[in-house]
Design a protein around this ligand. Structure first.
Ligand SMILES: NC(=O)c1ccc[n+]([C@@H]2O[C@H](COP(=O)([O-])OP(=O)(O)OC[C@H]3O[C@@H](n4cnc5c(N)ncnc54)[C@H](OP(=O)(O)O)[C@@H]3O)[C@@H](O)[C@H]2O)c1
Length: 252
């Protein structure tokens, strides 16, 4: 990519947790940042304010990525405010209360798949339409945020969530091959147990403290540690890396 061209990254679910840490690091690396959120506008504004106070460029855009029309509006708003995206981080993801599969109803499974899988597809579609050299774009990079859950399946907690991340892994492999000649690289990070508010959604805010003994490093990870891997995959240093995965999981 031409180093003169402005770099614009759209990060879904960037109001909190891994997305917020990625937004701040991306701004430090010179990206203009589109900070997407679903409902927590105050948290998203705080991320934007921090970036702007440090001399960067950022906008907060509320949009539920599970809804197609909202994804289209999200990217159009980003086009107008910052310019065409050169990078996408498919980070927004949800899980619901821990339970066994035999207790799950279809609505819950649909919600998890709608945000984690369909949302990621829709955002990637909008990004490819803007980045692809076949559509007159300048190329770009996409990073999907997957999970170690894709490999272990999360029995007794949220097999639906784990399966959604398995889908993200396959999506990463397929899309990487599909757009390899469009100037677009597609990779994923598989995060381990990271200290964020996600675990409260499962009904266990202190889950990382319980499970950290399973990690070879015997500790949970921090959002900034995941953000570093994401920024490397987005960068030109990763120019020959596509369809790859970085496990950011303390050796697990
Ligand atoms: N934390 C971990 O241990 C861990 C491990 C492996 C993988 N991951 C993955 O890492 C990613 C980020 O997780 P996190 O732990 O940082 O989560 P988090 O702290 O719960 O933050 C989730 C973010 O996603 C946003 N979001 C949720 N649903 C959305 C939707 N439909 N549309 C747009 N934005 C939406 C939230 O927006 P609001 O603030 O507006 O609600 C928030 O910004 C997820 O894909 C998760 O699966 C996390």
């Amino acid at each position: 990519m031409n180093p003169e061209s402005p770099r614009v990254v759209l990060i879904t679910g960037a109001s909190r947790g891994i997305g917020a840490a990625t937004a701040k690091l991306a701004a430090q690396r010179g990206y203009a940042v589109c900070v997407n959120y679903r409902q927590n506008e105050a948290a998203a504004r705080k991320v934007v304010d921090e970036i702007v106070a440090a001399g960067g460029r950022a906008v907060a855009v509320g949009a539920d990525i599970s809804i197609e029309a909202e994804v289209v509006r999200l990217f159009r708003t980003c086009d107008q405010a910052l310019g065409r995206v050169s990078a996408l981080v498919n980070n927004a993801g949800i899980l619901e209360t821990q339970m066994r599969v035999e207790q799950m109803d279809a609505d819950r499974i649909r919600r998890v798949l709608a945000t984690n899988v369909i949302g990621s597809f829709l955002c990637a579609r909008e990004a490819v339409r803007r980045m692809s050299t076949k559509h007159g774009g300048a190329g770009g990079a996409i990073v999907n945020v997957s999970s170690g859950a894709a490999k272990v399946g999360s029995p007794g907690e949220y097999v639906d969530y784990a399966a959604s991340k398995g889908a993200i892994d396959t999506f990463t492999i397929g899309l990487a091959k599909e757009v390899a000649l469009d100037g677009i690289r597609v990779n994923a990070v598989r995060a381990g147990f990271i200290y964020t508010e996600l675990h409260a959604s499962g009904g266990e805010p202190n889950r990382v403290e319980r499970v950290k003994e399973l990690v070879p490093m015997k500790r949970g990870g921090y959002p900034e540690e995941v953000a570093s891997a994401i920024l490397w995959l987005l960068s030109d240093e990763a120019s020959y890396t596509s369809g790859s995965f970085i496990d950011v999981a303390g050796g697990k």
